[in-house]
Design a protein around this ligand. Structure first.
Ligand code: FE2
Ligand code: FE2
Length: 189
């Protein structure tokens, strides 16, 4: 199923964009679960790509800013530990056939963890961003994230899928690097 037009592409401010991405991530978990064959592979790839963009953006913008809250270090350390665990679970899923009977139970465990994580971010961290950055900076971050997302590779190279475990995770590292660079540029401008 093609899933390109999203609210996330049209929002302006980084807090709105990250919130819209949480919604899109939730929908993609459902799409992966409710499809099979190539459609499930495609939805899973889109989910992994979006998570790579999204979590990197949060590591660059949201979590550093939340450290200055009362109790902020504890809040942020918990979120970072959740993000690390999610990356490990994703990497494990990426090494599996999406129609393997063990795939969906693992995906579902990850879905619960990722959505709980997202709720904690919205509750404890997101609003704080509006106090720490100017409206122009918040829009600049959103533009940088959207630009990084738009230039991310959309498909792994043909043929690699069955050949190599973690065929998708290599490109994900490249996407994370690109998001990081674009956000750092936006911060300086
Ligand atoms: Fe996150
Ligand atoms: Fe998030």
């Amino acid at each position: 199923m093609q899933t390109t037009p999203t609210d996330a592409q049209n929002t302006e401010d980084v807090v709105d964009l990250l919130r819209a991405q949480h919604g899109r991530i939730r929908d993609l978990f459902d799409e992966v679960k409710n499809s099979d064959g190539q459609a499930r592979k495609d939805a899973f790839q889109e989910l992994v790509r979006l998570l790579a963009v999204h979590e990197t953006a949060e590591e660059e913008i949201v979590h550093p800013s939340a450290r200055s809250l009362p109790g902020g270090d504890g809040i942020v350390d918990d979120r970072l530990a959740e993000e690390r665990a999610a990356k490990e679970a994703l990497s494990e899923l990426d090494g599996m056939d999406t129609d393997d009977p063990r795939f969906l139970p693992k995906l579902d465990a990850l879905r619960v963890d990722v959505l709980t994580h997202a709720r904690a971010e919205e509750r404890y961290e997101f609003d704080r961003l509006k106090d720490q950055f100017s409206p122009a900076q918040l829009k600049g971050f959103a533009a940088a994230i959207r630009a990084a997302q738009a230039t991310a590779p959309t498909h792994p190279h043909p043929g690699t899928e069955s050949a190599a475990k973690n065929a998708l995770m290599g490109p994900m590292v490249a996407i994370a690097d690109r998001v990081r660079d674009m956000i750092r540029d936006a911060r300086q401008s």
